[in-house]
Structure formats: C-alpha cells, structure tokens
Design a protein around this ligand. Structure first.
Ligand code: ASP
Length: 324
C-alpha cells in the first residue's frame, strides 16, 4: 500500500476513532474545576449547571474547588491537565483581568485552553457589615472618605471580581482601603456577617439571600440598570458613581487539545442546562441572567475573552494594581 494511501487510511482511522470516542463520551464522571471556595457565587453557578448537565450527559459532573491567588491557581492547573475530555473549568472576568493583575501567569488564557461556552451574567452588590455606620450610599461614601485608614475591604484575591469591584470603588471614591483577601467570597461573607470585615462587593448569586434577610447593609447594584431580582435596589451609577459597572460573566473551558467533538457535546450540554427550567428559575431568583445565544458558542467565548482582556488591561494598569 503506497504511503499516500497509508496516510489516508490512518487519517480516516483517527477520524472514525475520534467520532467514536466523542459518541461514547462520557464513559466516567467529569470534573468541573471551580477556582473559589465552595458555597460562593462561582460554586453556586457551577453546581447548578453541573446538576443539570449530569442528567443530560448521563455521568456525574463532579465539582472540584481548587483555591488560591484569585483563581489563577486553578487556571494554571487546568491549563496543564490531560486534555482527555474529563477536565473542565469555569471562571469569570478573572480569566481576563489576571493577565493585567499578574506580572507573570503560568498560563495564557487565549492559547492554553479550548473554549466551550459562556453561561450566565451576574450583577454585583455593594455591602457592609450590619452595624456599619452608613444607611445609604451617600453616607457610605462620606464615611469611607473620612475613615479610609480605619476600614477594610474583603475580597477573594487578585483576579477575583470582588477585588475588581473594590478597586474600581476605591478609584471612584479616591481612597485606598486595607484589603482582606479570602479563598473565595463564601468565607469573606462569613467574615462580613461576623463583623470581622467592613465592606464586601459580591455577586447576587451569593448576596441576595443575605440582603433579603437584612443581615448586611446594602447600598446598591453594580449594573447600569436596576435588576428584576432586586427591583427597589438603586444602582451605584444612579447614586452618583457615574458609569460604574461590573457584570460578572462566566466562561467554561477545557485544556488545550481536548477533542473538538467532546467540546461540541459539552457545549450542547451547557446550552441544554441553561434551558433547564430548574436552572432558569434558580438563576433568576439569584439575579443571574442567562447569557445571550451569541455568547453560547466556543467562538463566542473566545472572542468575548479577547475583548475583555483588551478592555480591562488598560483600566487595571492605570490603577497600578499588580501582584508580583
Ligand atoms: N466568584 C468568587 C467566588 O465564588 C468571588 C470573586 O470572584 O470575588 O468566591
């Protein structure tokens, strides 16, 4: 058999085996890596989607919380994981902002991953501990400016959206506060509820229950427009922080080299989960919006991530915030 024919047959064999692999996939549980602590907003999105995808895929989607450095430890781990179709990663704006926050990352978000899909967009809320001496945003801003050296701002590390929101808030108010980093905003929220920290900007996927229970001070949402889940809550934009906007988007990734047929089937499972009535209700109750169809493709996520890196890079560099 001449070389050309041999290569052709070999190529065909690989294609068939690839298609056969994807057809059989998944044959065992899938891991979805979450870069922040269990119980936090990213974890809530992951477990909600994972439970629905487990039904669609016929295999359990196992959530693995891999903590540290604002999500970059998990991103680095997944970028080096075996691309066998059984390791996936969910992350938010931090996939973009970390490229400007860290002088050296152990991975390249644009070249070391396969792109599966976006999922949901989540507003943020500005909170303070229950007995914080400010009952509206104007009082909050005045108190922060007058006491900036005595108060602290909890976050989930450099690369977390709580840190991004806090940094933008400090910029807008012209202050610098002490940052208290945690391995996720689940522990940060516990510290806020316990009065150990003063301020936290966090996602509605964690904060809506606390706001409704009245267990924190709440000053507004970080979206341009008011949100259906908290219709009476003013935006920070309408309260004087003109154009202040942080919306937390979520992307799902796999290690570079994960077979495309598997990526396509995982994309279909994500899309199906986002149409699951239970998922839609839970996300709506928690203030999260299902991403538009244009963002629910591998190409849509890749294009969006690139645009976010281009958007946030100059903003972050202008604040001089870096991790070494
Ligand atoms: N999303 C993170 C978490 O789930 C918190 C953050 O990024 O601020 O803990």
């Amino acid at each position: 058999m001449n070389l050309r024919r041999t290569l052709l047959v070999a190529g065909l064999a690989v294609t068939v085996s690839g298609a056969a692999f994807a057809q059989a996939w998944p044959t065992r549980p899938i891991t979805l890596v979450v870069p922040f602590a269990a119980g936090g907003p990213t974890d809530v999105v992951a477990r909600t989607l994972g439970a629905s995808m487990s039904k669609t895929l016929g295999q359990t989607v196992v959530i693995e919380n891999k903590l540290g450095a604002g999500g970059t430890v998990a991103a680095s781990y997944v970028s080096k994981a075996t691309p066998d179709g059984y390791t996936f990663f969910i992350h938010h704006n931090g996939m973009a902002t970390s490229t400007a926050l860290y002088r050296k990352l152990a991975y390249n978000p644009l070249t070391d991953f396969e792109f599966v899909s976006q999922a949901v967009d989540v507003p943020m809320t500005l909170l303070a501990r229950k007995n914080f001496p400010a009952n509206n945003f104007q009082e909050f801003a005045a108190y922060v400016k007058a006491n900036k050296d005595k108060i602290n701002l909890a976050n989930a590390g450099l690369g977390a959206v709580s840190q991004l929101c806090g940094m933008l808030l400090e910029n807008a108010l012209g202050v610098k506060m002490t940052a208290v980093p945690f391995q996720g905003t689940a522990p940060a929220m516990n510290a806020l509820l316990g009065g150990q920290v003063d301020i936290l900007c966090d996602q509605t996927t964690q904060t809506i229950p606390q706001i409704k229970a009245g267990s924190v001070k709440f000053y507004g949402v970080t979206t341009k427009n008011r949100i259906k889940a908290l219709p009476d809550a003013p935006t920070l934009h309408e309260q004087g922080l003109k154009d202040f906007e942080v919306v937390v988007w979520h992307g799902i990734y796999a290690p570079k080299g994960t077979p495309k047929p598997v990526i396509d089937r995982m994309n279909a499972a994500v899309r199906s989960a986002l149409k699951d009535p239970d998922v839609m209700k839970r996300m709506a109750d928690l203030g999260a919006e299902i991403a538009p169809d244009s963002k629910l493709s591998p190409e849509g996520l890749q294009t969006w991530l690139k645009s976010e890196i281009d958007k946030w890079g100059p903003i972050i560099r202008s604040t001089g915030t870096f991790a070494d």
